[in-house]
Write a protein that binds this ligand. Structure first.
Ligand SMILES: Cc1cc2nc3c(=O)[nH]c(=O)nc-3n(C[C@H](O)[C@H](O)[C@H](O)COP(=O)(O)OP(=O)(O)OC[C@H]3O[C@@H](n4cnc5c(N)ncnc54)[C@H](O)[C@@H]3O)c2cc1C
Length: 357
């Protein structure tokens, strides 16, 4: 019960002595969350990040050869082998409903596709409040969807590098073990608490919590020979800023993050070729993630399990017959794991079998 509802910090304090280790593990308790490790609900976020397996090993993460797009390309190839027709750059404008049943989708281009089943992996806010006319949904359901928390404070920076970071703690710019895993800049748990204090009041963290990977060290396909790619994930960068806008703060905050990395790897700033900074409104604009929430909705106890996306609709079905949720907005939530899609497919296939009987 403590893992499902409690805070990560007391659990980490009970199990471990080293502040360095606790601080490192605690970052997994706050990823994508607008919370600090001492807040209830973060124990589950930590658990969510370590319960999986990759390459047959439990509790670890893996790199995808060719970058994350390699996963969707593999899925697309498998789907095409089975006869699927995939349209890209095809923004859905509306989900069509006739007599309480889903009837298909209409694209922004004006094209319409008619089907008895539609599975949406856009988040619940987008699916129900933007792609559907509210009048086709029960009022209580609309009220529940409007209450979903999309609180978020994650910022992403993709960086092209001339050479690898030369860490003061373990020098060297040739690929070494210090470059292969996830690098956490977060000396202890109090550091995270203070970083969150800023976010509570609508400020970006003065001393941000930074994680980064260097996928080009293990996968030469993601950068030209001799150059490197760095993927930075940063907290806390609140979607709603107290002062000013993200257009004013995006670059200044990225500069601050670069200064922090430079304290640990003094060659870092001079090795940067280019960067792409994605603040929460950018994640919203590009990926249609409400408030830039990376998990399509906060992973807090009131929005997990039977309550995801909203109470009464945790089984991938929606108030519109034939319309299903199949992405992170549904149980078991965010992350590249495929489980919401697998479960939704089972639900859809199960229904079709029942209808045929
Ligand atoms: C910066 C960042 C870092 C992350 N890091 C990790 C990580 O390290 N590990 C991990 O496991 N997970 C990570 N995640 C979370 C993970 O990416 C998501 O949980 C996962 O992609 C969810 O997959 P999905 O299919 O449910 O939804 P999404 O990947 O959100 O896919 C939804 C798709 O629907 C499209 N869409 C939305 N609206 C429309 C519309 N109207 N018409 C047509 N298309 C539409 C979107 O463009 C998008 O392609 C991260 C997410 C972000 C944003």
């Amino acid at each position: 019960m403590e893992i499902l509802t409690g805070a990560a910090r007391p659990i980490l304090d009970r199990w471990f002595e080293s502040e360095e280790l606790k601080g490192t593990l605690a970052t997994d308790a706050i990823i994508g969350a607008m919370a600090s490790p001492s807040m209830p609900g973060t124990a589950y976020v930590l658990f969510h990040h370590v319960m999986g397996e990759a390459g047959g090993t439990r509790g670890v993460w893996a790199y995808m050869r060719g970058g994350m797009g390699g996963i969707t390309q593999a899925l697309a190839a498998a789907a095409r082998d089975l006869g699927a027709d995939i349209r890209c750059e095809a923004e859905v404008d509306r989900i069509l409903v006739r007599d309480g049943r889903v009837a298909g989708v209409a694209l922004v281009s004006g094209d319409e596709f008619h089907a008895p089943i539609v599975a949406s992996n856009a988040d619940a806010n987008v699916t129900f409040l933007r792609l559907l006319d509210r009048s086709v949904l029960p009022d209580a359901f609309v009220a529940d969807v409007e209450r979903i928390s999309y609180a978020s404070a994650s910022l992403k920076i993709n960086v092209a590098l001339e050479e690898l970071p030369n860490f003061s703690a373990l020098p060297g710019t040739e690929p070494g073990p210090q470059h292969r895993g996830t690098i956490h800049i977060c000396p202890d748990q109090d550091y995270i608490e203070r970083a969150f204090d800023d976010a509570k009041y609508g400020l970006v963290s003065a001393d941000p919590v930074i994680e980064f990977q260097l996928p080009s060290v293990v996968d030469p396909t993601v950068a030209p020979a001799g150059k490197h790619l760095m993927s930075m994930f940063i907290q806390y960068a609140p979607y709603e800023l107290r002062d000013g806008s993200w257009d004013d703060q995006r670059d200044a905050f990225a500069d601050r993050c670069f200064d922090v990395v430079n304290e640990y790897a003094p060659n870092f700033k001079s090795s940067v070729i280019d960067r792409q900074v994605l603040a929460p409104p950018d994640l919203e604009r590009i990926f249609n993630l409400t408030s830039g929430n990376i998990f399509q909705g906060a992973m807090t106890p009131g929005q997990l399990f039977a309550f995801r996306p909203v109470p009464g609709y945790a089984r991938y079905r929606t108030p519109i017959r034939g319309l299903y949720l199949c992405g992170s907005a549904a149980h078991p939530g965010g992350g590249v794991m495929g489980t919401p899609g697998l479960n939704a497919a089972r639900e859809i296939l199960g229904r079709r079998k029942l209808r045929r009987r």
